[in-house]
Design a protein around this ligand. Structure first.
Ligand SMILES: [Fe+2]
Ligand SMILES: [Fe+2]
Length: 475
């Protein structure tokens, strides 16, 4: 099961050729997918040969193979982690029963909705990032962008496979609709708001892959616990790919910080105007971008109290992050969890039934994970001998979902008046001016081994290639 058949029209490790109906349905979807990729995938990249990794097995050791491929010839396919023998349900009301190999009728609507919502984010991010190739800071970065893009395309395949195989006609219709919605389109937008925002520049791209792809990791981890075994196995393999996306974000921001710190020490200044004149991104601007991407991303976890979250957990559709590593009863009845809410100009903590607070639980796990990388960024600043530190804003800052969206809160967690918010927001979130400055830095650097002035080179090449390796052949 773990070997991938590349002789099929659709590469897969699910014996697709044995299910003719399914194979035919997916082969009908395939040209529509390729059409979507041509229309909405990375702009102007059709003729490029790109040094990409392709999944060749689902064995964690050596699952990928590297080589130059034309983008539209990338072998998108269907890869599931191997089945765990006699897998049992390990949380919720069905704990102890056999995991489901098919969709129980009573959970069909909810499962479909979960799969469609996850699936919708995958093409959305490709659409958001489609112009970035025109302003890449190096071949290395261009290649990483394209790698992320083709894998998000593959994640769409992963979800469409489940829809086709397990949801019949409505599944096939959802598969079509996933190719029809468009990020940012007023009439037919993507489902979740963060996926309708623009990713207009490379700083936004690196922040997005650090913060928003990490939301992807947490959602996938929660789905990897699912009672619905095919969903668990699919998302487990997606997580293998996701790690690289977050690496791109973390190392990208880190290299920007390094370059800025070098310039600060060279010019002996922390004056944003002088640093900007020298063509690097000042640290307060990085902090504002961080504040924006962090706050928009934590909204993706949904309302702090949610009866849907309780239902998804109790019925076993979606677990917690690292469910099996936790030592409680995995049912959570009668337990409580603190959530924040505004009250008389203050934020107060209230304990609510934990089952209803599972969005908040996942959000808090996400916040802990995000902070670790920010500390690694701070090490770069510290090593340069600069007293500035980046911080994650308070989780009540700039929220649009849940109880906290009712109030204005400063990044330090202090509730503020509308007046103070308006007076200070330009210190806290990227301004038009910030965005225009960052945009002004975006040139196009494609000579092998060369990097834009505002970002340091990486420490090591992809697959240990030398720094001047030709990652992209433009033809
Ligand atoms: Fe993805
Ligand atoms: Fe991703």
């Amino acid at each position: 099961m773990s070997t991938i058949s590349y002789s099929d029209k659709i590469p897969n490790n699910v014996n697709l050729s044995e299910d003719r109906t399914l194979q035919r349905a997916l082969e009908q979807w395939q040209p529509n997918y390729l059409q979507w990729w041509g229309d909405m995938g990375p702009e102007g990249s059709q003729d490029f040969d790109v040094y990409l990794r392709t999944a060749v097995s689902v064995d964690p050791q050596g699952w990928a193979q590297f080589g130059h491929v034309k983008m539209q010839d990338y072998r998108w396919g269907i890869f599931l982690n191997p089945a765990e023998k006699d897998r049992k349900i390990h949380f919720g009301d069905h704990k102890g029963e056999d995991a489901w190999q098919d969709v129980p009728g009573e959970y069909r609507a909810n499962l479909r909705r979960i799969i469609v919502t996850q699936g919708d984010t995958e093409p959305a991010s490709v659409e958001q990032q489609r112009h970035l190739g025109l302003t890449c800071p190096s071949q290395y970065d261009l290649r990483n962008l394209f790698q992320v893009n083709v894998e998000e395309g593959r994640h769409l395949w992963a979800m469409v496979y489940l829809l086709h195989k397990y949801f019949g006609r409505d599944g096939r219709e959802e598969g079509e609709a996933l190719l029809e919605r468009r990020s940012g389109n007023e009439d037919n937008p993507r489902i979740l708001q963060a996926f309708n925002e623009q990713t207009p520049d490379w700083l936004s791209f690196f922040m997005f892959t650090y913060f928003t792809d990490r939301d992807g990791k947490f959602q996938l981890c929660a789905l990897a616990e699912s009672n619905f075994d095919p969903l668990a196995r699919t998302t487990k393999f997606m997580l293998t790919e996701e790690a690289h996306h977050m690496f791109v974000g973390e190392s990208g921001v880190s290299r920007i910080i390094l370059r800025t710190c070098q310039m600060m020490n060279e010019l002996k200044t922390d004056d944003p105007a002088r640093l900007r004149a020298a063509g690097v991104i000042d640290l307060p601007t990085l902090q504002r971008y961080l504040n924006f991407h962090f706050s928009v991303t934590i909204d993706l976890f949904g309302a702090d109290e949610s009866s849907n979250a309780a239902t998804f957990y109790s019925t076993g559709l979606k677990g917690r992050f690292e469910e099996s590593k936790r030592s409680d009863d995995h049912q959570l009845r009668g337990q409580t969890y603190p959530v924040l809410q505004p009250h008389d100009g203050q934020l107060i903590e209230r304990r609510v039934p934990m089952l209803n607070a599972l969005n908040e639980v996942l959000r808090d796990d996400y916040i802990t994970d995000s902070k670790a990388g920010i500390e690694r960024w701070n090490k770069v600043i510290e090593k340069a001998g600069i007293p500035f530190r980046l911080k994650v804003p308070h989780k009540a800052f700039h929220r649009n979902i849940g109880a906290l969206s009712q109030t204005k809160v400063a990044p330090d967690g202090r509730p503020v008046s509308e007046g103070e918010w308006s007076a200070r927001v330009s210190d806290w979130l990227p301004t038009e001016n910030d965005r225009a400055f960052v945009t002004s830095l975006m040139g196009r650097v494609v000579e092998p081994g060369k990097f834009a002035n505002w970002i340091a080179p990486p420490i090591i090449g992809i697959n240990r290639q030398p720094m001047d390796f030709e990652y992209v052949r433009f033809n």
